[in-house]
Design a binder for this molecule. Sequence first.
Ligand SMILES: Nc1ncnc2c1ncn2[C@@H]1O[C@H](COP(=O)(O)OP(=O)(O)OP(=O)(O)O)[C@@H](O)[C@H]1O
Ligand SMILES: [Mg+2]
Length: 503
Amino acid sequence: MKPRPVRHARRANVSPLYTPRSTDRAAKRAARRQLAAAQAKARTAASGQHDVVPAEEEIPLPLYPASGRPGPASARASRLKLPAHRMTTAVAVGAYPFLAEGGLGAEGTYIGRDVHAEASFCFDPFALYGRVEGFTNPNVLLAGVIGMGKSALAKSVALRSVAFGYRIYVPCDPKGEWTPVATALGGTTIALGPGLPGKLNPLDAAPRPLGVTEADWIGEVRKRRLMLLGSLARTVLGRDLLPMEHTALDVALDTVVAGATATGRTPLLGDIVATLNNSAILDSAGGAVAGRLGDSARDLAHALRRLVHGDLAGMFDAPSTVRFDPSAPVISIDLSRLGGSGDDTALVLAMTCASAWMESALADPHGGRRWVVYDEAWRLMRHAGLLERMQGQWKLSRGLGIANLMVIHRLSDLLTAGDAGSRGRALAEGLLADCSTRIVYRQEADQVAAAAGLLGLTSVESTAIANLNRGRGLWKVAGRSFIVQHLLHPHEARLFDTDARMH
Ligand SMILES: Nc1ncnc2c1ncn2[C@@H]1O[C@H](COP(=O)(O)OP(=O)(O)OP(=O)(O)O)[C@@H](O)[C@H]1O
Ligand SMILES: [Mg+2]
């Protein structure tokens, strides 16, 4: 197509002639002649005969070309006319992507600012249950690289939830950073470690809840003690128990409990180890069981000995020095003196005992709403026994009114629980599946793909998690997505500061 020649619009205006009444005829005639001459000149100019207009008399261009202002903003003049198009807001979301989420409502604790909607962001897993589609459980997974503010967020959620009457349990605090928080909120901290006065007896029986018969409760306490002993043994042995080892544990527990009840005291781990070491007692207590229990319990006895005579001696084989106070707003277990070396087994054993001890409060369905925070949970991922216990808690969360919060560094921490198809891996993936809320803080660039795969992130979300600042996270709440800046009160910032040694 031949381009149209650009016509420069030159406009000249001539005012209508006005002559006062008093003007004489000759003057009026002269004025009319001048007007005719001016009109003729204007017509000539309008018909494009530029050459008759001397260059110095050219009138400057007052308007942009018809296509609008040239350059990147062209076509913004009123010339661009599109036909009206109607659609529903559901379709408009796709056609016009610059829409922000409506938010989760104002119920719950204040977290900070929803950066897309420029609105406050509040969160309470119990308030969302049944209100948000796909929100099937109150558990939360929090992942992010070191120092991005994961613990600060967990502490804020805990601190602010206390005002709503929630209780906070921290069964595993490997850095001891929850102690100031617990103290500030009037809670209790039990510090465990070699040489420290704090002791927990994981075989403590929880008080019988209302409405449960004595016989049922004895059965329940026995089951829990067996599970605990089983997971401790599995953690040290690094394998599953053999059938005869199960029986030996069973028989040893019954023997010890019978003896302790007769003398009116609580059974201790030391009693269990002593019984497992005594094949004569085991064989006679085992009765008609085929094979010699005493021989098959040898590995078991050595495994549990670590808790009584090994590096954990004294911490878990004596009567508890603290009574579990279910009314305390915060209870944390400071394990910072344990597991300083690369071996996390001591930490995991301590955590297993501590969580068993806490279960007494957690198992009470009338205990109100509770948060259980597993800070630094990535250190526990390789221990299937512990994961199994955690999964038990996860599954019970709805029925008991417990929200579990698990803090890890990378999503791939979940994959370190075992090879694909292994029990550990299945347990870890089960924990992820049972978290309706996933909060992702900044991930390293090489971790983004794994995170996107495990959480089903969109490309925009994947780009976002590689570029988040401190305190800012992608919140995936049952498929809905928010970028939230966690805001700290100055008092909180002082209380939660873990950078003090860096300043
Ligand atoms: N939203 C926030 N605004 C301002 N400062 C923050 C915020 N969140 C955390 N911080 C500060 O950042 C520092 C590190 O935070 P925090 O200890 O919570 O990180 P983390 O992700 O738990 O690290 P780690 O993986 O080592 O446990 C703290 O001193 C804390 O006070
Ligand atoms: Mg932390």
